[in-house]
Design a protein around this ligand. Sequence first.
Ligand SMILES: C[S@@+](CC[C@H](N)C(=O)[O-])C[C@H]1O[C@@H](n2cnc3c(N)ncnc32)[C@H](O)[C@@H]1O
Length: 231
Amino acid sequence: MQELPIRLEMVFGQVKKALREDLRGRFVDVGSDHGYLAIRCLEEEIADFAICTEIHKAPAQRSHDALTEAGFGDRAIVYITDGLKGVELQPGDIIVMAGMGGLNIIDIIDRALKDNGFHTIENVTFVLQPQKSNEIVRNYLARTGFVFEDESVCYDRDIFYNCMRVVFKGISTTLTDEQACYGPVLLKKYDDGDEDVAGYFEHLNGLFEVRQRSNPVVKAALEERKANENK
Ligand SMILES: C[S@@+](CC[C@H](N)C(=O)[O-])C[C@H]1O[C@@H](n2cnc3c(N)ncnc32)[C@H](O)[C@@H]1O
């Protein structure tokens, strides 16, 4: 079994939850680098076929070699491309973008929305693990018509990470600053007493105390959080 670091186990956990009984699609890893996630998905039969995309040649070759070595050469394809350019999405596909900057993720999703029809996009699940700019990503997703199905957190080698699973419904919504910065699903989990989320929020609170000086959205979010915490 392909071992994954804690961060990618968290991502894989959301991929498993994205599986639909009525619709089986492909696993698509954007920015696959090493290809580990695709290998694990094929091993665990999350999908019959995996697509990896890479903007750079060397990581694309790494993904290709790892998939071939694992015996999945005929059930996977690696494209050297920018995001999802040239990949025609299909209903049921599960798309991962992990370990990438939030603005890069937004740009890739935005182009995919334009390149694929409504019927396809609303039947595709996105699992996103931005390295930064979480509040910008969440605001973009809500405004664009995505719904947050789940969010999770983990602590891997002294760093906190978070991950979100979203689907497109086409109805634009607005998040509060608190929801954008802390995560709408994570806030519910926190209220339900989730200890991992509590640890993550403690970390965010410390981070936001510094960031609020130069970021009014973070400042408002921190104030909302403190007010709700004291209710
Ligand atoms: C930090 S690595 C993360 C790899 C893997 N997804 C993970 O989470 O471990 C980011 C990878 O995304 C690739 N990448 C960055 N922008 C991309 C884009 N627009 N399209 C495809 N790949 C991209 C980079 O070349 C790099 O290999």
